[in-house]
Each structure stands twice: as structure tokens, then as C-alpha cells.
Ligand binder design. Structure first.
Ligand code: ADP
Length: 423
């Protein structure tokens, strides 16, 4: 592969896609890799995002995985590195943001990094070091009740300081609003005072772009996808990235198309209903029938085979909340999820064998299961279908076009709209 400019490590899969979409928007051809690759990857790209599942792992494992990802990105020849976490700074009391950032700084022999989860476009702003979700402080938002990473303090200087032995400082909005040079000066002052990190205020996209500009010389940048907004321009200014680019252009994928839906969110249920109401072909998977040993996988594939040449089909387990509750009451929440994910994954593999190469998948967990079953190792990221959901081309055993949608994304006609835009 040609040497990528930017190497990114994301602490979860959808966060990785989010960052990758941002870089594509800025004109960088971007590949998202699922887990640390075992060897080199053949792809001509400007940025690589390695998506880990390190947000909620035990600290040691999160650090080890992140270091392995960094080692791969270094070997690929990246010039700058980005550690991506959630815009609500999702982390446990022990970490993992601080310990992972510390390990990356050590491995890069870098003394200092900025930390900026802000993403004003998505209502995440940072002012005087305090993170807001819309009009409320992070600690008063729904995040205080998160099952895995409850955030009960909005002061990110304090939060990050609890996770690291390096000193954490703050670059206030007053400096940010004066431009990139003022930010660089603030970074230098903080470093001279012995700080290893700077939380940095941002209340608008313009702030993020200025921060990105000021970070052109930083080896490691840490933050949400928002702070990546200004990075492509740095590479353009230094002549490493062309001004005009076709970063979102994906190679075309020939073949049949199908939609698989395992999400039971309100949005997805609406999308399934819209598809059925329009008279398109659909096949429902009943988890209780699966649990009773019926071979719905074979049945769905036998049903799909003659229909596929005439147009895309939908196979779905999506159901209304009462139906889901009834299934979960009988099978258990975990087992119900697994039995459906397994069936949809097997159906995806069967569809691939029938010549399907374009898949729209609804559901975060469902997408993960399908991507794994299709042996997809890396995704080239294309243009967004709806904010947060790009078309991608997956490389692995077979090349496939994939639109992976977590639950609540997209309008009622998302499935049809997505298929119309398929590469
Ligand atoms: P979302 O992105 O909407 O959260 P996910 O795919 O992440 O969607 O999660 C939905 C979960 O619900 C999956 O584990 C899926 O297997 C499971 N599921 C899908 N349909 C049903 C159903 N009818 N009954 C019970 N569980 C279901």
C-alpha cells in the first residue's frame, strides 16, 4: 500500500466509521480496518482507521490492543496519529482514555497531546474544560446513567487527570478564538509548565478547524471525530494531499442486492414497514421458530433465490417491542439476540453464495455479526447516505458493498434510498 498520512485508532467500531466519514469528507481516501490486521494491506489510501473494541475492555487489554494498532500504523508509514474516543468522553473510572493515550505517547516518544471530544454539529461543546451535551452538562445528561461508562463529572480536566499521571492542562476558548498561532503558544506554555495533555475548548466547527490547524505538528491527536475536521487541510497545505479529490468514490461492485435487518429500533421498524408497504419482497424471521429448531436459514434462501434477479429482497427479524419482550421472556435477552444474529449471518453467507454483493444491514450488533460472517477485514469508506452512515466497500474473501446502519439512523425510506446510491 502507498504510505498513508494519518493513522487512527478508534476505541469502537461505529466511532471508527464516524471518524473515517469525516476524513473522507475532508478529501482523504480512507480505509477502516476491523481489528489489528495480521499483515500488510493492499490499498491506496490517505488514512487508515483501525477500529478496536477497547472502550470497555480491562485497561491492560485496551492498552495492549492500542499499542498493537499503533505498531501496525507505524509500520505502514503514517506521519501523524489519532486516538479516537467518543464525543461524550465515554470511559470508566480506571480509564481507558488516559492509560491508552499515555501508552501511545510513550511509544511515539512524544511529550504532549491535545484532548478534544467536542463535536458542536452533534451538540457536544466544550467550554472552560466542561463538556456539554446540548444545553446540559455531561454529568446531567443521560450519560450519567450509561450502563458501562457512566459520566458523572463534566470537568474533563479533572476526569482525564484521574486517568493519568501526566499533568492535564486547559486551553480556554479565549485562546482558541484568537486562531491557530494562539493555540500553538498555549500548547507550548502548557508543555513548559510540565503538562502532558491539554483539554481544549471548542464550541463551533470553526473552532475545531482552527484546532486542527494548530495541531499540524502534533504527533498524536486525541479526541472525537469532530477535531479531525481540520486535519485534511493540513496535509493539503503541505502538498501531501491534492486540493480536489474523489476520496468518496468507491470502486463499483457488481451483483445482486439484499437488505438484512436485525434492529428493532423505532426507525428500523418504520423502514421495514415502508419496504413492505411499497410491495417489495420480504421474509420475516421468527426467533421462536428458530429456537424450536426450524431451519429458517434454508427457507429464507430458497425463498430469496428466484426473487433476487428481479430486485433486492429484505430478510428481517425486526419486531415491535411487545413481540421482542415476549421472545426475550422465553429465550433470555442474550440468547434471543444471539440466535437471531447467527441466523442473519448464515443468511448473509447464503446470499453471498447466491450472488449477492450489495448488502444493507440494519442494527449495530447485527452489522458486526454480518461483517464477521462475510469475512470482511477492511472497509473503504464512501459518501454518506445519511449522516453517520456511509456506503462502504468491504474487502476480505469477497469484495462486497456494505451499508451498515445502527438502529436509529435514517428516514423511513432508508433501505430504498441506500440501494439507489449503492456503488
Ligand atoms: P440496534 O442498532 O437497533 O441496537 P442491534 O443489531 O445492535 O440493533 O441489536 C438488536 C438485537 O436484537 C440483536 O442482537 C438482534 O439479534 C436482536 N433481535 C432482532 N430481532 C429480534 C426479535 N424479534 N426478538 C428478539 N431479539 C431480536
Amino acid at each position: 500500500m502507498s504510505q498513508p498520512l494519518l493513522g487512527c485508532i478508534a476505541d469502537d467500531f461505529t466511532g471508527g466509521t464516524d471518524l473515517a466519514s469525516m476524513l473522507v469528507r475532508g478529501g482523504m481516501r480512507t480505509l477502516q480496518v476491523i481489528g489489528v490486521p495480521t499483515g500488510p494491506i493492499e490499498a491506496d489510501v490517505d488514512a487508515v482507521v483501525i477500529a478496536l473494541k477497547s472502550r470497555t475492555l480491562p485497561v491492560d487489554e485496551a492498552v495492549q490492543e492500542s499499542l498493537a494498532a499503533l505498531a501496525w500504523l507505524k509500520a505502514a508509514g503514517c506521519r501523524q496519529y489519532f486516538f479516537k474516543y467518543c464525543s461524550t468522553f465515554d470511559s470508566t473510572a480506571q480509564g481507558n482514555i488516559g492509560p491508552v493515550a499515555d501508552a501511545l505517547l510513550d511509544a511515539l516518544e512524544a511529550p504532549f497531546a491535545l484532548a478534544c471530544p467536542a463535536f458542536p454539529e452533534n451538540q457536544r461543546t466544550l467550554f472552560n474544560g466542561h463538556l456539554f451535551v446540548g444545553d446540559t452538562l455531561l454529568s446531567e445528561s443521560g450519560m450519567r446513567h450509561h450502563p458501562l461508562t457512566p459520566m458523572t463529572d463534566a470537568n474533563l480536566v479533572r476526569v482525564l487527570q484521574q486517568q493519568t499521571s501526566r499533568k492535564v492542562g486547559l486551553v480556554r476558548h479565549a485562546a482558541v478564538s484568537q486562531g491557530a498561532n494562539a493555540i500553538r503558544t498555549a500548547f507550548a506554555e502548557l508543555q513548559a509548565q510540565g503538562h502532558g495533555y491539554a483539554i481544549i475548548d471548542a464550541i463551533s466547527n470553526a473552532d475545531l478547524i482552527t484546532i486542527g490547524e494548530a495541531a499540524s505538528d502534533q504527533v498524536l491527536i486525541t479526541g472525537g471525530s469532530g477535531v479531525a475536521l481540520g486535519l485534511p487541510d493540513n496535509f493539503k497545505r503541505s502538498g501531501l494531499l491534492p486540493e480536489a479529490s474523489s476520496a468518496s468514490t468507491l470502486p463499483s461492485v457488481e451483483g445482486l442486492a439484499a437488505v438484512l435487518s436485525g434492529s428493532c429500533s423505532i426507525a428500523t421498524n418504520g423502514q421495514v414497514a415502508a419496504w413492505r408497504e411499497s410491495g417489495r419482497a420480504s421474509f420475516a424471521i421468527d426467533p421462536l421458530e428458530l429456537a424450536d429448531g426450524h431451519d429458517l436459514v434454508t427457507r429464507a434462501l430458497d425463498w430469496a433465490q428466484p426473487l433476487l434477479p428481479r430486485g433486492p429482497v429484505l430478510v428481517y427479524a425486526s419486531a415491535q417491542p411487545e413481540a421482542v419482550k415476549a421472545v426475550q421472556a422465553r429465550l433470555g435477552v442474550q440468547a434471543a439476540g444471539e440466535i437471531v444474529e447467527r441466523a442473519l449471518s448464515q443468511i448473509a453467507v447464503g446470499l453471498l453464495e447466491l450472488g449477492v454483493r450489495t448488502f444493507v444491514v440494519a442494527g449495530g450488533e447485527t452489522s458486526g455479526a454480518v461483517v464477521k460472517a462475510l469475512d470482511v477485514e477492511a472497509l473503504r469508506i464512501g459518501a454518506s447516505i445519511t449522516p453517520g452512515v456511509p456506503w462502504t466497500v468491504g474487502h476480505g474473501r469477497v469484495t462486497v458493498a456494505l451499508a451498515l446502519k445502527s438502529g436509529n439512523f435514517g428516514g423511513r425510506d432508508f433501505f430504498t434510498e441506500a440501494l439507489e446510491l449503492a456503488p
